[in-house]
Design a binder for this molecule. Structure first.
Ligand SMILES: Cc1cc2nc3c(=O)[nH]c(=O)nc-3n(C[C@H](O)[C@H](O)[C@H](O)COP(=O)(O)OP(=O)(O)OC[C@H]3O[C@@H](n4cnc5c(N)ncnc54)[C@H](O)[C@@H]3O)c2cc1C
Length: 427
């Protein structure tokens, strides 16, 4: 690569945000280079693996019709866990199968590699094993990047280098990295044959399941676990608030211990029995509230996806992939419409899209999700209440309702319970 090499667009990071952007600018005929530090695109990406397509309706380019999804989610289960007991709410819904509401499980190694191929087909130069060391600036704007010591000039640079973007911070586009602004996600893949997955999760052939778990396996840390079924494997993971993990210090669990604790939940152990564990990874998830979101543009520079803090934790699920794809596409289209106006055009497009609308709507969710009672007290109380209702001892059973009502009042409808309920309106 010569020192004078110049591209219209340089994208830093080959995750879903960067690849979506590179695909758009290359398809529009702009000279585009994308640098990815990993062995190949997808090799460094850790994701739970459920992609909501509904919000992306009308935005995705045609090539996504052939995207390598794993399974369409047909069964949703929310499980609370306490003291080796568990209770679940289970949903099977035809409605959630409809195109505008459907979600699919994905494996990032496969999906990112596929999107890298589409971006290359569109004309982008996708360069793996190339870490961008720094941004190059001149006359008050970003004019390029330095890759392994070599300068590359760019009409515009797009930062898509994920959570904790060092390069965004160097341009004042990222707030100071405080633990309260991140969650830690740990994840692994458990290989299991398709028939066993369908038997154990009660699925039609080819259908998928998403199971979210909350309970004492996070040892009181705000967070939860997930299982997403792929074709021949299960994505298994735990996401917890980083500030709570740091505050727990040496008495808190190590990240791999969180995953072990989820595996030890009897319900989970049954689903995963005999599976081969692989691909362990840990990664930060941005958990900025809407009001803390950093600037996303600077002269010569746009930030997309996690690098711009665009993800949301609703409690029931972590969403970042649809935000990454949407922000990448919108940035790419804004650049294609004209370099000079790309910043304001990108901002306006984000404002009109679901991205900022959804982030604004969830602005107080993190405060509610910080409530400690959600993670041990309520799961234990729910399991206890159901044990009281369904258990018959040597005495048989007296009246069902008075005992259960007493428990319900004490555990859910006391002063603290009502406070939690009131706070839930922030979700
Ligand atoms: C455990 C876990 C579970 C999750 N579950 C879900 C889920 O079920 N659904 C969902 O929608 N979201 C989920 N998320 C969030 C989602 O994974 C992210 O929001 C999404 O991956 C962001 O995409 P991105 O392209 O912005 O960043 P990334 O996917 O992080 O991609 C950034 C890329 O930049 C590269 N890079 C970094 N620095 C450099 C550099 N200096 N030079 C060159 N390349 C560089 C990295 O190698 C990486 O490939 C989860 C996250 C975690 C951690």
């Amino acid at each position: 690569m010569s020192a004078a090499e110049r591209f219209d667009v340089v994208v830093v990071g080959g995750g879903l945000a960067g690849l979506s952007c590179a695909h758009e600018t290359a398809a529009a005929g702009l000279g585009t280079a994308l640098f990815e530090r990993g062995e190949e695109c997808g090799s460094k990406n850790v994701s739970g693996g459920r992609l909501y397509l509904g919000p992306l309706t009308g935005l995705l380019p045609a090539c996504w019709r052939d995207a390598p999804f794993e399974r369409r989610v047909a069964r949703e289960t929310l499980t609370v866990v306490a003291d080796a007991a568990s209770a679940s709410i289970d949903l099977r819904s035809e409605k959630l199968q409809e195109a505008t509401l459907a979600s699919h499980t994905v494996l990032r190694a496969t999906l990112d590699r596929w999107l890298a191929e589409r971006a290359a087909e569109a004309g982008a130069m996708v360069v793996p094993q190339a870490r961008v060391d720094e941004l190059v600036c001149g006359a008050g704007e970003v004019t390029g990047v330095r890759v392994s010591g070599e300068p590359i000039e760019a009409g515009i640079v797009v930062l898509a280098d994920g959570a904790l973007s060092r390069l965004a911070a160097s341009q004042g586009l990222a707030p100071a990295p405080r633990a309260a602004r991140f969650a830690l996600g740990v994840k692994e893949i458990v290989a299991l044959d398709a028939g066993k997955i369908e038997d154990r999760f009660g699925l039609e052939p080819g259908h998928g399941a998403a199971r979210l778990l909350v309970g004492d396996f996070t040892r009181g840390l705000p967070g939860g676990g997930f299982l997403y079924t792929n074709r021949e494997s299960i994505s298994v993971g735990v996401v917890v608030r980083l500030d709570a993990l740091v505050a727990a210090g040496s008495s808190g669990p190590e990240s791999h211990a969180l995953l072990e604790a989820l595996h030890a939940v009897p319900e989970v152990a049954r689903l995963l029995a005999g599976g081969e564990r692989s691909e362990y990874g840990a990664h930060l998830v941005p958990e900025l509230s809407f009001d803390e979101l950093p600037r996303r543009t600077a002269p010569g520079l746009l930030a997309v996806g996690d690098a711009a803090g665009l993800s949301v934790n609703h409690g029931l699920t972590v969403r970042g992939m649809d935000f990454a794809i949407a922000s990448g596409i919108l940035a790419g289209r804004a650049i294609a419409a004209g370099h000079a106006s790309a910043g304001p055009a990108y901002e306006a497009a984000l404002e009109e899209s679901f991205v900022l609308r959804n982030l604004r709507a969830a602005r107080h969710a993190m405060r509610f999700l910080g409530r400690a009672r959600l993670y041990e007290h309520y799961p234990r109380a729910a399991c206890g209440l159901l044990e009281e209702l369904f258990g018959f001892g040597p005495e048989g059973k007296g009246q069902l309702v008075p005992g259960a009502w007493r428990q319900l009042r004490a555990d859910f409808l006391g002063w603290q319970g009502l406070q939690d309920l009131w706070a839930a309106r922030e979700l």
